[in-house]
Design a binder for this molecule. Structure first.
Ligand code: SAM
Ligand code: CA
Length: 247
């Protein structure tokens, strides 16, 4: 456990990298990872999208560069081809996915906000991967319900990245478990929720952190108890829980 002195020191030293919600011991260590292995290998288009996003007022929402690199590697390791993303924003994780999957790979990408997607779209187009993306504007839940009703998408997704409204993650899981194939992966993002999952209930927290915290806690318990999946919670970014469907 960090002493309060250490906590103060690390808070004071928190660096301002966009998308940085690192849970590492120190910011220097996180900076080391970025400078040693992430930025030198970040594709030019990812860098351009990251820098463009950094200027946007809601840049706190973006996926960090180290998590983007992780997703890109993960998708290649599992040979993902048919994928889905819920929560696109300007598209940093979307581009990491689009670059990782084959030429004929697909991403069903959903967001209630098309404007932010359109900010990043020219970069995605320039990178030559826009043809892999089927963007749907609107809430994701009704689209999932429709796909389940249609009946021809069951067990068809290799990978699904969930990075949208945390109060709906449990509702997404109920549906996604049917849509992901057996052996496929669902990644739930922000499952350590700014570290608030271990904060005492009366600790000072930003309003939105407090609001979503209970949903994240509930999700984490539900995933750990779900016999249909194997799970692995990784302290990358703000925490990502990988769920591999086994039945
Ligand atoms: N993955 C993105 C990236 O790499 O930059 C970040 C996504 S951001 C954290 C969350 C996004 O979820 C926002 O763009 C928001 O508009 C979207 N969102 C919120 N509620 C949604 C819903 N019900 N259905 C689909 N998208 C939603
Ligand atoms: Ca996220």
């Amino acid at each position: 456990m960090a002493t309060s002195g250490e906590e103060q020191q690390s808070q004071a030293g928190r660096h301002q990298e966009v998308g940085h919600k690192s849970l590492l011991q120190s910011d220097a260590l996180y900076q080391y990872i970025l400078e040693t292995s992430v930025y030198p290998r970040e594709p030019e288009c990812m860098k351009e999208l990251r820098e463009l996003t950094a200027k946007h007022p809601w840049n706190i929402m973006t996926t960090s560069a180290d998590e983007g690199q992780f997703l890109n590697m993960l998708l290649k390791l599992i040979n993902a081809k048919n994928t889905m993303e819920i929560g696109v924003y300007t598209g940093y994780s979307l581009l990491a996915t689009a670059l990782a999957i084959p030429e004929d790979g697909k991403i069903l990408a959903m967001d209630i906000n098309k404007e932010n997607y359109e900010l990043g779209l020219p970069v995605i187009q320039k990178a030559g991967v826009a043809h892999k993306i089927d963007f749907k504007e609107g809430p994701a839940l009704p689209v999932l319900d429709q796909m389940i009703e249609d009946g021809n998408h069951h067990g068809s997704f290799d990978f699904i990245f969930v990075d949208a409204d945390k109060d709906n993650y449990i509702n997404y899981h109920k549906r996604l478990i049917e849509l992901v194939k057996v052996g496929g992966l669902i990644g739930y993002d922000n499952t350590l929720w700014n570290g608030s999952v271990v904060a005492p209930p009366d600790a000072p927290m930003r309003k939105y952190v407090r609001y979503y915290r209970d949903f994240v806690l509930e999700l984490n318990k539900a995933l750990a108890a779900d016999p249909r999946i194997e799970i692995c919670m990784l302290p990358v970014g703000d925490g990502i829980t990988l769920c591999r469907r086994i039945q």
